[in-house]
Design a protein around this ligand. Sequence first.
Ligand SMILES: Nc1ncnc2c1ncn2[C@@H]1O[C@H](COP(=O)(O)OP(=O)(O)O)[C@@H](O)[C@H]1O
Ligand SMILES: [Mg+2]
Length: 250
Amino acid sequence: MVADPSPRLKPVESGLTDAVFRVRGLAKTYGAGEVQVRALHDVDLDVARGEFIVLLGPSGSGKSTLLNILGGLDVPSAGVIHFHGQELTNATDTELTTYRREHVGFVFQFYNLIPSLTVRENVALVTDIVANPMPVDEAIDMVGLTPRRDHFPAQLSGGEQQRVAIARAIVKRPDLLLCDEPTGALDYQTGKLVLEVIAKVNRDLGTTAIVITHNAAIADMADRVVVLGDGCIQRVQANTHKRSPSELSW
Ligand SMILES: Nc1ncnc2c1ncn2[C@@H]1O[C@H](COP(=O)(O)OP(=O)(O)O)[C@@H](O)[C@H]1O
Ligand SMILES: [Mg+2]
């Protein structure tokens, strides 16, 4: 029997919610026996389409674990996640791979660009495996790197390399942009430029964005700030006046 090359998540309870994510009772425990680490517990969260969420919390509070589970890179130990009304927590490995490929753009602290390829080539790599990619030059323009598109990663600054990573994440037109400390290796000013680009993607393409940061100063650019501590949500703060990073004074 030949496996379906692109199995989709099975629709359940259609019309359940227009939320991108509906998360209930999410928990993640790593390890076994006496070395168990409870990384997440009792997490309930709804994420609306087009929302910009900043995830704050001290090191070890479960931020990456939550982001990785939402992005289909890791699976929870308990709880349920619906993605557009479809249950993600039932998905097989193959379905999760399809989910990541079709719906999720990831940006990490380190850029993971291929050194021997130019900016255009790094971004173009992704377009072979998705159904409806954006033109490569459009993605590069979106992150402000058109003049550098024929350069190699080593010829770019850290902030520019991170913008290439963002172009690579958005060229497949993902529903979600998940960023784990995208400015962690950058100075404040450069980090601010990178955050501007993420805010612009969220605003202009309507991509739902969840961004982890250690820096509470960027919280004002979000629709909501979700604060994690000891593996659960400590508080959620909605911003009535969302500001662009350039308006922030840090
Ligand atoms: N693969 C893993 N195996 C064991 N423990 C892990 C693993 N990943 C994360 N943890 C633990 O889970 C907790 C939450 O980690 P993490 O989600 O990375 O936190 P944060 O991103 O907020 O710093 C930490 O105590 C961490 O050590
Ligand atoms: Mg982390």
